[in-house]
Write a protein that binds this ligand. Sequence first.
Ligand SMILES: Cc1cc2nc3c(=O)[nH]c(=O)nc-3n(C[C@H](O)[C@H](O)[C@H](O)COP(=O)(O)OP(=O)(O)OC[C@H]3O[C@@H](n4cnc5c(N)ncnc54)[C@H](O)[C@@H]3O)c2cc1C
Length: 332
Amino acid sequence: MTDGASGVLLAVETRDGAIRETSKELFGLGRTLAGELGGPLGAVVLGSGVEAAAREAAALGADRVLVADAPELAAFTVDAYAKALDAAIDATQPRIVLLAGTTAGRDLAPFLAMRREAACLVDCVRLAWQDGAWVGTRPVYQGKLLTEVRAPGDGLTFATIHAGAVAAPEPDPGRISETTPLPLQFAPGEIRVTVTDLVQAPAGPTNLEQAEVVVVGGRGLGEAANFRLAEELAEVLGGAVGATRAVTDLGWRPHYEQVGQTGKTIAPKLYIGLGVSGAVQHTVGIRGSETIVAINRDPDAPIFKMADFGVVGDVHEIAPKLAAKLRAVRGA
Ligand SMILES: Cc1cc2nc3c(=O)[nH]c(=O)nc-3n(C[C@H](O)[C@H](O)[C@H](O)COP(=O)(O)OP(=O)(O)OC[C@H]3O[C@@H](n4cnc5c(N)ncnc54)[C@H](O)[C@@H]3O)c2cc1C
């Protein structure tokens, strides 16, 4: 253990000047672990133009906020973000660094752990401090099993937390924390990757991870134009449209709508699958759904094994009837 190391440091990602939802989720867990360690909860807010996000970090419970604000941090590159996080670790000497299980977090944690010869626990759905060691719980075999991973608590440890695994705490806007700018200088050529464009998924009802209702269309819809069936149902229910990988691979829908192992993990109140077979790589992303409804013409389709309600039939016939019925019930 590094002399004087204590507490927890959160790597806080921002988007458009605000803390990303997945990073907000780190604060509750961070507070609990800092309490168990008897150390402070630090947060390094990473991005460009992040003054408001730094205030948000204080409101969410950080004792000390480091502000890594630089144009080079506007978009994620491992070189720039690793430099900022490295500087924050030197400044705060934490025992553990928590990162969200985002693209950035999954890149940064092993990169810095390797550089600092530290332990790294990835994709944890739970993380606990037990008898002087870190114990993480993570899904394996596409979420079919959970496994426990341990890291000795006597050195610096990095951990990434699975999106949606822990709840974000309620912010206390009146809370004030010590806030310090983190000075960063980047040499020419130090950042080896240039981000030329960011393609943002449209906000609003298509925000799959937040939607209470998600209607996923599969290859069984037959062609891209038939996604109007999914759109109609989503519209009447105030939900979002998602897609299987078969569909995004065919170019019928954009990749950001993909749900599953290599897409988004969703946990809506209601999931409706239209012509979705229910391959494990898809269902691993929908396990958190409260109610699963499937329409498929094959009675042996695997999706029916996990569906709460299933309709065996042609989606082109059933989906419009369902939309019409719902519209009538809802008076829309
Ligand atoms: C490494 C890896 C990662 C992957 N990641 C993902 C992922 O993130 N997300 C994902 O979704 N997949 C993923 N996949 C792909 C996955 O294995 C499946 O191939 C995919 O989910 C199948 O999509 P689908 O259900 O739309 O298509 P299909 O498997 O082709 O199923 C279509 C279904 O529609 C039904 N159907 C056909 N016509 C009709 C009709 N008229 N009415 C009603 N039902 C009808 C059929 O009975 C069938 O069950 C991944 C695969 C690999 C190898």
